[in-house]
Design a protein around this ligand. Structure first.
Ligand SMILES: [Zn+2]
Length: 398
């Protein structure tokens, strides 16, 4: 079965990546590591260090990073997948493959809400969530890990529904507020049931996304107490600044900034989080597919925007879409640490960027050129077909 094959990928392989120019850790406390070589065994990071310090004997696969910058694969904390690599929202196929070319190796569903004829009765909601969880666990489009099966809560759900969903393998709640539950007390009760049974939750924040959806203001967000304050910068209509500030100050939950949101509100959130020394709560998503379309480069566009206009170093901005999200979401990827999944993106300054290095180019607002993306130690794409061309790209030696 396909999901068993996915679990076995990379088995028996010893991969060495040498000549890494800059190694970004994904960890805000120490965003750049003093290392130029990594060893990967069976799809997991086995060693990190200088080439002389690590055991590079008996390699089965060798990659020369060619002086490029290596970061953990990017995590999109907010997507709306439906079926495989097709989205009915803008009737496109191949959108996930396009995002792989934007450095994304993991996506997290905020609800499969674009399913045509989406069921809204309780048994239908549960059946669809279990189907989405199973389908994306069995099939990784272009290798991208899509964590899906994120039911949108509806009135009438009881604790037993959350218990049975969790028992069936459902680990997420879709955006609270996209279904019939839009009031704080009911949302709080259902989010608590979900949490009790090991499911993470996200809440829609701000004005309605499309006709038929509703405003969720800071009082509902605070009352619901979901794990992730979804698109705190609006999806696309943002709350007033004072409400965003309240969410930063009065909640300890994740502050999710999305591409398909209000850019000014994104910067306001970043500056507020920075001022409050809460940057570890900032995570990134695209909120795609949506009315704004799909964003193959959405995550790197937000990183470049936050770094350049938000005046945050590029290595810190990369942590928002890697280590911060991994910790918040309990993922085994997103950080360069021994034992973690070997999901990597190799980048260099785009050709003719005013920035001399990758980090400087991002700080100046340019997108990185992506030269390779790896998932579980396997090369899934080489020179990106979507980013501006990288100055240097890694070479597969063997
Ligand atoms: Zn939303």
């Amino acid at each position: 079965m396909a999901h068993e094959e996915a679990a076995k990928s990379g088995a028996g392989v010893k991969l060495v990546i040498r000549n890494i120019g800059v190694l970004l850790s994904g960890d805000l406390q120490r965003p750049i590591l003093d290392a130029d070589t990594m060893v990967v065994k069976d799809g997991k990071i086995a060693a990190i260090g200088r080439e002389k310090e690590v055991d590079t004997a008996d390699v089965t696969r060798l990659i020369d990073a060619n002086g490029t910058t290596l970061a953990p694969g990017l995590i999109d904390s907010h997507v709306h997948p439906v079926a495989g690599d097709w989205t009915p929202r803008q009737n496109q196929i191949g959108w996930i493959d396009s995002c792989l070319h934007g450095g994304v190796t993991t996506m997290i569903s905020a609800g499969e809400v674009h399913m045509p004829g989406r069921p809204k009765d309780v048994v239908g909601v549960k059946a669809m969530a279990i189907t989405a969880q199973r389908a994306f666990a069995a099939l990784r489009p272009s290798g991208v890990k899509v964590l899906a099966g994120a039911p949108v809560i509806e009135h009438g759900m009881i604790e037993e529904d959350f218990r049975s969903l969790a028992e069936a393998g459902v680990r997420l709640l879709g955006e609270v507020g996209l279904g019939s539950v839009k009031d704080g007390p009911t949302a709080r009760q259902m989010v608590a049931w979900a949490r009790k049974h090991g499911m993470q939750s996200t809440i829609h924040t701000g004005g309605p996304s499309i006709p038929g959806s509703s405003l969720i203001d800071k009082d509902v967000v605070l009352a619901a107490d979901a794990d992730v304050i979804g698109h705190i910068n609006g999806g696309h209509t943002a709350l007033p600044d004072a409400q965003i500030r309240s969410l930063c100050e009065e909640s300890s939950r994740a502050l999710e900034i999305v591409h398909n949101g209000n850019e000014r509100a994104a910067l306001f959130t970043l500056r507020t989080a920075n001022e409050l020394k809460q940057l570890h709560r900032v995570i990134l998503g695209t909120d795609a597919p949506a009315g704004s379309g799909v964003q193959p480069l959405g995550i790197i566009r937000v990183i470049a925007a936050l770094s350049s206009i938000g005046e945050i170093s590029a290595e810190v901005a990369f942590c928002f879409a890697t280590g911060n999200t991994a910790r918040m979401r309990n993922l085994d990827s997103g950080l360069i640490e021994v034992g973690r999944a070997a999901d990597f993106v190799f980048m260099d300054a785009a050709q003719h960027s005013a920035g001399k290095t990758l980090l400087e180019s991002v700080r100046l607002g340019d997108l990185p050129g992506i030269g390779m993306v790896m998932i579980d130690g396997e090369v899934k794409s080489e020179r990106s077909r979507n980013t501006p061309p990288a100055t240097r790209v890694p070479k597969i030696v063997k």
